[in-house]
Design a protein around this ligand. Structure first.
Ligand SMILES: [Zn+2]
Length: 427
């Protein structure tokens, strides 16, 4: 999913505040402006025939246009005119509409959606067979919406139940689930930390094109109850760039020294209870955490560190990576099928960097990652407090942050007073 378009080109047509637009569960019929998703309108004209064709995996633009009879010098003329078309960077699957006069075998108009907000049309100028291009901008409007749901089996399932297709298509709901998981990447492992019945509420931007398509934009604020304890996230961006990202109700960054899990949520099976149950995992007093995942799933370093071991171990670990972090902490990643190319002891790795891939080497009964978190040499079950403290919003920005948080909170939880909730003393 290209993310570049998400960040720019939006036309902000006014932001609807949550109060009147609360979307909860099955109240979808309440939307007055709800309408089905529609493909770009195709003009039905008896004089023309129009076909849709896609760029194949090993094809070039010339192959696609040849299907419309545009070849040779005609193709060269087309290329000369279609300056907005990135001919060498077209992705397989890209759709082209070719239109021809029914009385003619050669296409006279080619239309392609360059991005969610740009459509290119190249048409024959006239009888001299020259071509002209027109780039059309498709406006997207942003609506601010709130979604709240209870998670019974997974975050995906909860979103599927709470959000209708007409509101946000399935692929976009998945993007939303990933975005929520990304916000809480240091704080919550959505496959292990959530209990059935935990609730989440998210304030998000939903984009709608002038042609009725709907997409997820970005998360602005969220509350996730983790084993019944609320965890807030508020997006804050300082105009000077002094602070950007998600902060909790007390203005501390959700970013921590350690990620909550070495596998990215979007890469693993989502159901709660999908954790790996070792049958023959008696190779040592089990002091790690096992993550079920498919062979080859990328394994990421949970924190910045130095590689201390990389290779095959004789014990139960199989292919193992060990990293050293500050404060006497080490992390281990076992049963790997392989290592990131060129990974060597002594090398520095960054948080989130792919260091290896899930496998079933060593004493393992199926593909899974064995992850250990060692403090001063002792394996511990990493708790959220071990993830490190989040950096607070800079002192000079606290007033700005408080105002931004209060505004978001009023939309996230409109029934509650604007004052921030009392934070539980956790550290
Ligand atoms: Zn294990």
């Amino acid at each position: 999913m290209p993310s570049s378009w998400r960040a720019s080109h939006y036309i902000v047509a006014g932001v609807l505040v949550a109060g009147g637009l609360v979307w909860e569960g099955a109240t979808s019929d309440a939307w007055p402006w709800r309408r089905p998703l529609t493909a770009p309108a195709i003009v039905v004209d008896a004089a023309y025939a129009e076909v849709t064709t896609r760029l194949g995996r090993r094809e070039m633009l010339s192959d696609v246009l040849a299907r419309g009879g545009i070849t040779g010098r005609d193709y060269a003329a087309f290329l000369a005119a279609a300056t907005a078309l990135p001919v060498r960077r077209l992705r397989p699957g890209l759709e082209f509409q070719l239109r021809r006069l029914k009385t003619d075998s050669v296409a006279s108009r080619v239309t392609v959606r360059l991005s969610p907000d740009r459509r290119l049309t190249v048409s024959r100028a006239g009888s001299d067979s020259g071509w002209v291009e027109v780039v059309e901008t498709i406006p997207w409007t942003i609506t601010r919406l709130r979604v709240s749901a209870i998670m019974e089996s997974s975050l995906y399932e909860a979103l599927d139940k709470a959000v209708a297709d007409t509101f946000l298509p399935a692929a976009e709901r998945r993007q939303l689930a990933w975005a929520i998981a990304d916000v809480y990447d240091w704080e919550v492992d959505f496959t292990r930390d959530i209990r059935p019945g935990d609730r989440f509420t998210v304030l998000l931007e939903r984009l709608e094109s002038s042609e009725g398509e709907r997409r997820f934009g970005r998360v602005l604020a969220a509350r996730v109850d983790v084993a019944r304890t609320p965890q807030y996230a508020f997006y804050f961006e300082d105009s000077d760039g002094g602070a950007t990202g998600f902060y909790d109700e007390r203005g501390r960054s959700l970013r921590r020294a350690f990620l909550r899990a070495p596998l990215q949520f979007r890469r693993v099976s989502s159901r709660f209870g999908s954790r790996y149950h070792p049958i023959l995992h008696a190779w040592r007093a089990h002091e790690g955490v096992d993550f079920a995942a498919a062979y080859g799933t990328p394994v990421r370093a949970t924190a910045d560190g130095i590689v201390t071991r990389v290779g095959r171990e004789d014990g139960g670990y199989g292919n193992l990576i060990e990293l050293r972090h500050p404060n006497g902490i080490r992390t281990r990643y076992g049963h790997l099928s392989g290592f990131a190319r060129g990974l060597r002891p002594g090398e520095q790795v960054s948080q989130g960097e792919t260091i290896g891939f899930v496998g079933s080497t060593g004493l393992s009964t199926g593909p899974h990652l064995h992850y250990e978190f060692l403090v001063n040499g002792r394996a511990t079950n990493p708790q959220r407090r071990d993830m490190g403290a989040g950096t607070p919003v800079p002192q000079q920005l606290t007033a700005d942050y408080d105002a931004a948080r209060d505004a978001l909170l009023a939309q996230l939880e409109p029934k509650q007073p604007v004052a921030p909730p009392v934070a539980a003393a956790r550290d």
